[in-house]
Design a protein around this ligand. Structure first.
Ligand code: NDP
Length: 246
C-alpha cells in the first residue's frame, strides 16, 4: 500500500490540525516529503519539528490569498525540486440557517473552501504540466453530496469542489495529471470549532462526539489514492463512519 509514496513531494494546505496534520504524519512515515501550509505557524513549526522536516518545509499560508498559495508550492519546488501532489485540504464549516444571515461566515467559506482550492490548483499546475506528472487531491465532503438544514452554504462550497475537480480531471488528460476528490463523513478534528452560530455549534459538537472517526482514516484514504500505479486515477472516494446515517 505504501508503494508509490516514498520520495513524493506533497504539499498540504490546512496542515496545522485535523485531517491535514494526520495526513502529514502518515505520509512522512511512509517516506513522502511533505511541505506544510496553514496560518498558525506555531502549530506548523511544532509538527515540522516532530516529523524532522527540513528547514523551509513549514510555510505560513493563508489560502484566501492566491500569491501566498503560489509561494507555498514554489517553496516546495525550491526545497525538493518538484511537486508531486497537492492536497487542497484547508477548510471551515460554520453551519447556520440561512435566515440567520451570517454573511461573514458565508464569505469565509466561499473564500477558503472554494477559492482556496482554486488557488492551490493554480499554484500547482505550471509545475505539474512542466513535469508531465502530478496529482491534485481536493477535499470535498459528504456535504458535497447531500445538503441538510443549516449546511446550505457549506454544502454548496463542497459541491463546487466536486465540480471543479471533475472539470480539472478532464482538462488534465493531455498532461498526465491525476485528480482525486475525497469526501469524508464525520472525522474527528477541530472543524466543529469553526461553527460560530451557538445553536448549530451545539448540534455539530454532539454529532461529532457521538460518531466521528479518527483523522487517520482520512490519511489512509489519501495514501491509498497516492499509492496506485501512475496509470490508475482514483477520481473520487466517499467514506463515512460506519455509524453515520446521513
Ligand atoms: P480543522 O479545523 O481541524 O482543520 C482545518 C485546517 O484548515 C486547519 O489546518 C486550518 O489552519 C486550515 N485553514 C482554515 N482557514 C485557512 C486559511 N484561510 N488559510 C489556510 N489554512 C486555513 O478541520 P479538518 O481537518 O476537519 O478540515 C480539513 C478539511 O476537511 C476541510 O476542508 C473540511 O471541510 C473537510 N472535511 C472535514 C470533515 C470532518 O468531519 N472533519 C468532513 C468532511 C470534510 P489554520 O487555522 O492554522 O490556518
Amino acid at each position: 500500500m505504501t508503494q508509490n509514496i516514498e520520495g513524493k513531494v506533497v504539499v498540504i494546505t490546512g496542515a496545522s490540525s485535523g485531517l491535514g496534520e494526520a495526513t502529514a504524519r502518515l505520509l512522512t512515515e511512509q517516506g513522502a516529503k511533505v511541505v506544510l501550509g496553514a496560518r498558525r505557524m506555531d502549530r506548523l513549526q511544532a509538527l515540522a519539528t516532530e516529523l524532522r522536516l527540513p528547514t523551509g518545509a513549514a510555510v505560513k499560508t493563508d489560502v484566501t490569498d492566491a500569491a501566498q498559495v503560489t509561494a507555498l508550492v514554489d517553496a516546495a519546488v525550491a526545497l525538493h525540486g518538484r511537486v508531486d501532489v497537492i492536497l487542497n485540504n484547508a477548510g471551515l464549516m460554520p453551519h447556520s440557517l440561512l435566515e440567520r444571515g451570517r454573511v461573514q461566515d458565508w464569505d469565509r467559506m466561499i473564500d477558503v473552501n472554494i477559492k482556496g482550492v482554486l488557488y492551490g490548483i493554480n499554484a500547482a499546475l505550471p509545475h505539474m504540466i512542466r513535469q508531465k506528472s502530478g496529482h491534485i487531491i481536493n477535499v470535498s465532503s459528504v456535504a458535497g453530496h447531500k445538503v441538510r438544514q443549516g449546511s446550505a452554504v457549506y454544502a454548496a462550497t463542497k459541491a463546487a469542489v466536486r465540480m471543479l475537480s471533475e472539470g480539472l480531471r478532464m482538462e488534465m488528460k493531455p498532461h498526465n495529471i491525476r485528480t482525486t476528490i475525497i469526501s469524508p463523513g464525520a472525522v474527528m478534528s477541530e472543524l466543529p470549532d469553526s461553527v460560530t452560530d451557538p445553536d448549530a455549534a451545539k448540534n455539530v459538537r454532539a454529532f461529532y462526539e457521538n460518531i466521528a472517526i479518527p483523522a487517520e482514516s482520512f490519511a489512509r484514504v489519501v495514501s491509498f489514492a497516492m499509492s496506485q500505479p501512475e496509470e490508475v486515477d482514483i477520481n473520487e472516494i466517499l467514506f463515512r463512519p460506519t455509524a453515520q446515517e446521513l
